[in-house]
Design a protein around this ligand. Structure first.
Ligand code: FES
Length: 103
């Protein structure tokens, strides 16, 4: 099976130590720029209807804006209550300034 990579943004659009909400088809995905390293998770918190792109990056973690639950960005592990269910992560690569996600 061939790999399918989808362009979701330009790398320059993901602010340093910030987030960017993009879509993979209809699926909301949150991009993160951790000191120049681009990562991606599903955007909707596993605890409720909150967009992690509106959350706060603290080191390697994202804090949900609604109830301050936390996920480890690189692994998607739920690391702060009330989040108990891990969040999906996506494989990302940056090529020629474009952010691509493996579908
Ligand atoms: Fe994210 Fe509750 S919706 S912690």
């Amino acid at each position: 099976m061939t790999e399918k990579w989808i362009k979701v943004a330009n790398a320059a659009d993901v602010p340093e130590d910030g987030t960017l909400l993009v879509h993979l088809g209809t699926v909301p995905v949150c991009l993160y720029n951790l000191a120049g390293r681009i990562l991606a998770t599903h955007d909707t918190c596993t605890h409720g209807q909150a967009s992690l792109a509106d959350g706060f990056i603290d080191g390697e973690e994202i804090e949900c804006p609604l109830h301050q639950g936390r996920f480890h960005i690189a692994t998607g592990k739920a690391v702060g209550i009330p989040c108990l269910e891990d969040i999906r992560t996506y494989t990302v690569k940056v090529e020629d300034g474009e952010v691509l996600i493996k579908d």
